[in-house]
Ligand binder design. Structure first.
Ligand code: GTP
Ligand code: MG
Length: 284
């Protein structure tokens, strides 16, 4: 005769308790996944991007930092990257990435932006024009607009990488002291970029149409230039976050150790890049 099994009786939980328990378990699982993916992605973010127009001086800056020698450079057609050596940055392990400024290659920056620790936008302060609408100014502001747009389009969970505008080649400005040249370079670059970005903002807002802004088939309705209630584009009011400014130069063809005896020599020979180094060193 087959033995009869005694049915197991499960403790009866009300459906509301079962629902609450399953919700709590799902929530815990989501939190664990978010925590793991955030800590993975933040440990990956060690790139300092050097962006900017053709000829701005990005490759010259990279070679000075990495090889302690400013190698003569030509237009780049590929991305250069390297770890920043201890001689430049003793306390941090970061990688520097130089993205070519050629109009067909500059958008490559988008590949790196989500892994970037910081963005340095390099501008040649010696050629930027104060009044006239130079092709290079328009091109530089268009490139910067694309970067500001990409930054403000990052998902809200993403920590925005800090942005530095570097007024480079200030050795070519005519002024008596190093301090004066550096201040002049920054104010020139800031003024021209704010003016050019304001023109782009007006076009985007459907205001005054400015000839040539939509070159290369680009749509000028792109956002990224919002400044709260400010009547004109100002970096200090930009809604995307804080924008830093610094000035720099390198001595083409020279090694940093050959700076001995120079008026502006710094403790370890990177005098023209001191402001950049201080900014990178102070990154969170
Ligand atoms: N006087 C002076 N010349 C510089 C300085 N930095 C770069 N140059 C020169 O400017 C030119 C352009 O520099 P690059 O570093 O090749 O410019 P880039 O930004 O890499 O340009 P692309 O590769 O086209 O994007 C080169 O002839 C450099 O030697 C500087 O601080 N002072
Ligand atoms: Mg280059």
């Amino acid at each position: 005769m087959p033995s009869q099994r005694t049915p197991v009786t499960l403790p009866a939980f009300p459906p509301s308790v079962l629902l609450a328990v399953s919700l709590a378990i799902s929530l815990l699982a989501i939190l664990i996944i978010v925590y793991i993916s955030k800590s993975r992605s933040s440990s990956k973010k060690n790139l300092v991007l050097l962006l900017g127009n053709e000829d701005a001086g990005k490759s010259a800056i990279l070679s000075t930092i990495v090889y302690e020698h400013t190698l003569p450079s030509h237009t780049s057609f590929q991305v250069n990257s390297s770890y920043i050596p201890e001689s430049f940055l003793p306390k941090r392990q970061l990688q520097i990435v130089d993205v070519p400024g050629h109009p067909r290659l500059r958008d490559t920056f988008k590949t790196y932006i989500s892994d970037s620790k910081a963005i340095v936008f390099v501008v040649d302060a010696s050629t930027i024009t104060r009044n006239g609408r130079d092709v290079a100014d328009t091109s530089s502001s268009r490139h910067l607009h694309h970067i500001l747009h990409a930054l403000t389009s990052l998902p809200p969970t993403h920590i925005l990488p800090p942005l530095l505008i570097l007024a480079h080649k200030f050795d070519l400005l005519s002024s008596s002291s190093t301090q004066d040249r550096s201040t002049l370079a920054i104010s020139r670059v800031r003024t021209v970029l704010e003016r050019e970005l304001e023109k782009r903002r007006q076009v985007a807002a459907g205001g005054v149409s400015v000839e040539g802004l939509g070159a290369e088939g680009e749509g000028t309705e792109m956002g990224g230039l919002e400044c709260g209630s400010s009547p004109a584009f100002r970096f200090s009011e930009w809604e995307g976050g804080e924008v830093g400014f610094a000035a720099s130069f390198v001595r083409v063809g020279e090694s940093v150790s050959s700076e001995e005896g120079r008026e502006e020599k710094s403790a370890n020979g990177f005098s023209g890049l001191d402001a950049l180094r201080t900014w990178i060193d102070g990154l969170p």
